[in-house]
Design a protein around this ligand. Sequence first.
Ligand SMILES: NC(=O)c1ccc[n+]([C@@H]2O[C@H](COP(=O)([O-])OP(=O)(O)OC[C@H]3O[C@@H](n4cnc5c(N)ncnc54)[C@H](OP(=O)(O)O)[C@@H]3O)[C@@H](O)[C@H]2O)c1
Length: 334
Amino acid sequence: MTRMRAAYADQYGGPDVVRVRDVERPTPAGDELLVRVRAASVNRADLDGLKPKPGFLRLFMGLRAPRNHEVGIDAAGVVEAVGPEVARFQPGDEVMTDLFAAGRFGAFAEYVCAREKAFEPIPTGMPFEEAATLPHSAVLALQGMRLRDGRTFEPGARVLIDGASGNVGPFAVQIAKAMGAEVTGVASGDKLDFVRSVGADHVIDYRSVDYTKAGERYDWIVAVDAHHPIRAVRRALKPGGVYVTMGGTTATMFAALGGSLVMSRFGDRWSGMMLWWKPMHRPDIHTLKKLIADGKLKPMIDRRYRLEEVADALRWVEDGHARGKVVITQPAEA
Ligand SMILES: NC(=O)c1ccc[n+]([C@@H]2O[C@H](COP(=O)([O-])OP(=O)(O)OC[C@H]3O[C@@H](n4cnc5c(N)ncnc54)[C@H](OP(=O)(O)O)[C@@H]3O)[C@@H](O)[C@H]2O)c1
């Protein structure tokens, strides 16, 4: 029986509940790939899984303890073996995944095993550690630039990214710039130079300025978390403007859902939760690869950790230190 190292959370809590241990290495069946992980990246979703946010998610994830003990969703690596029904990949292929696309976790491990629909080839020539940053955060950032019906903004639009310094924000700033927008990035004061460095034309320190009260108006606002009530955000939208929030607390998310129904139906602005996220959506992966090939999108890596240090990596993100992505790297051979 072949063994591997993998991270597990046997209870809810902070990063300290995550332990790396020896387990049996899975064998791919059906349309599954077994991938030797060379890099994985930390996402807010990993922390939200450890302490379910919003809280009602415990109904689905396990009331007292997580039902699924595996941790991590984003990985990049090399196909080690394939199940008999796999059509698109073969051993040796370099791939990346957001395991959400296969409805599972487990990226913080020496190997991942999941259905082939959750994998795409990594961008040509891109190091594994950069490829591992893309699947979750860059896809979310791109999908925040359009509504479910495909509506988006025109070149020259004024776009504000609320939460521009973490996982999704730096990708969102770069994608909005590539789409021809004038971009404002919101983050805490000591990260504003970083936000400028990824291309923001303007920056706002949320600790000293509330952008909803600053008198500026935007065509499109993407908030990685709902930090303001919808009625306040409305003030900062031009007529016809759009506010998309990706997450928040239970209260802010329900407010966003309710606000969306009322304001978007009866008002001249669209505001609400992003409910159209499609992980590993192939056309979006192609768009991201094109932006990368054209030099318009570059992953920003803040820190690298080893698999055995996964709790430290999660803590660095949870404590709000990260500027861009935190990556867990692994050697080619165990
Ligand atoms: N809708 C969907 O289908 C879907 C799917 C998956 C994930 N999500 C959500 O997508 C989001 C991803 O976020 P992320 O990974 O980019 O988070 P992150 O890396 O933790 O970044 C958070 C950002 O918010 C900023 N921030 C913190 N407090 C703030 C405040 N009071 N006002 C304004 N900005 C503040 C941070 O700035 P500083 O660091 O400078 O403080 C940072 O730029 C999560 O909310 C996740 O739940 C949504």
